[in-house]
Write a protein that binds this ligand. Structure first.
Ligand code: MTE
Length: 362
């Protein structure tokens, strides 16, 4: 067992803050990711909170501010379970960095994504108990950790529109894959916002605040934003660029691994595809000649409307080098852009380009 009870073969980008992604073949073909395999993205030290003394404050534009213990959440609100994929907005950043460097950012490969069964209370039920004002258009979250990259360190936080916060799928979760939520994944309680970038699923939740405007937290106002390619992130004012929220259509090859020595002949390619919020993956195409010709992958039925679509395809490799390429389509017939060059952005978010893996048969 590695750090935080993760598998030994995790790719650990940094130990503190702990940032690690599983080996892609550990994700392949597994609709639910075991906890020891689930990626983890942190901006500060993982706080150790005592579930017995933990309290959640619900405040802001509400008629009745609340202070809730974990026992209150369990006893006063109906429990719900949602199977949801979390995907970091920086997933596949390494491919953007190969286009042009992105200093100071983690070079995530294609496994900063995982799927779990999350159980807890609906955020909308908790908000209803507090009685939000009609002009509370956003709901902000604050975690107990402090981002060590900021001077002075600041708590991690963010917000989502009230329309999403009151959707049935958004949970305050205290269980992950039917076990108590581990500390590294935000225990005792975290937010789960299915269909949104992972950053909005705030861990070690301390405070839920109903607001007129989006959160002013660094990770909403200045980070997790899509800046134009020519912007200087150090010189952009709060609110510049596009605040990232809803997830985008994406897909990646999980196996074979890049550079894998393969025998000429038939092989199975495994991968995942994710659709944007309220969209479904309808087709995944796989090519072995860099995208000149394509065949369709077999799609596994997803574990629920908020879970990824796993897929596999049989390919035939003649002797020599081959470029395996995958791209997904959604139910609006949208597909992914061909090259990461067209998507490069200064903070390195949302690389949704065709997934490419070079292999050699022979
Ligand atoms: N919440 C807090 N409090 N602190 C964090 O650093 N990281 C966010 C989000 N919630 C973060 C957080 C990001 S960027 C992602 S992708 C997900 O948590 C990762 O969740 P995981 O570590 O459970 O995989």
């Amino acid at each position: 067992m590695g750090t935080w009870n993760k598998r030994d073969d995790m790719l650990v980008h940094s130990l503190d803050p702990y940032n690690a992604e599983p080996s892609p073949d550990a994700l392949a073909g597994q609709p639910i990711t075991p906890v020891d395999t689930f990626y983890s993205r942190n901006h500060g030290h993982v706080p150790t909170l005592d579930p017995a003394t933990w309290r959640l404050t619900v405040d802001g534009l509400v008629a009745r501010p609340l202070e809730l213990s974990l026992a209150d959440l369990r006893e006063k609100f109906e429990p719900h379970t949602v199977t949801a994929t979390l995907c970091c907005a920086g997933n596949r950043r390494a491919e953007l960095m190969a286009v042009r460097d992105i200093p100071g950012q983690t070079p995530w490969r294609s496994a900063a994504v995982s799927t779990a069964r999350w159980s807890g209370a609906r955020l909308r039920d908790v908000l209803a108990a507090a009685g939000p004002h009609h002009d509370a258009r956003h709901v902000a979250f604050t975690g107990a950790d402090h981002a060590t990259s900021l001077d002075p360190p600041q708590p991690f936080g963010g917000s989502i529109p009230a329309a999403k916060a009151t959707a049935a799928e958004v949970l305050l979760a205290w269980r992950m894959n039917d076990e108590p939520l581990p500390a590294v994944h935000g225990g005792p309680v975290r937010v789960i916002v299915p269909g949104y970038i992972g950053a909005r699923s705030v861990k070690w939740l301390q405070r839920v605040t109903a607001r007129r405007e989006p959160s002013a937290n660094h990770f909403q106002a200045l980070d997790y934003r899509l800046l134009p390619a020519d912007a200087d992130p150090a010189a952009t004012p709060p609110g510049a660029g596009l605040a990232l929220g809803v997830a985008a259509l994406n897909a990646a090859v999980l196996t074979p691994a890049p550079g894998a020595p393969l025998t000429p002949g038939t092989h199975t390619v495994h991968g995942y595809a994710l659709a944007g919020e309220h969209r479904a993956v309808t087709r995944v195409d796989v090519s072995t000649d860099g995208g000149t010709t394509w065949r369709q992958a077999v799609l596994d039925p997803p574990a629920g409307p908020w879970a990824w679509t796993l897929w596999h395809a049989l390919i035939h490799l003649p002797p020599g080098p081959a470029e395996i390429v995958a791209r997904a389509w959604d139910d609006s017939a949208a597909t992914q852009p061909e090259h990461p060059d067209a998507l490069w952005n200064p903070l390195g978010y949302l690389n949704t380009a065709w997934s490419r893996v070079d292999v050699v048969a022979g």
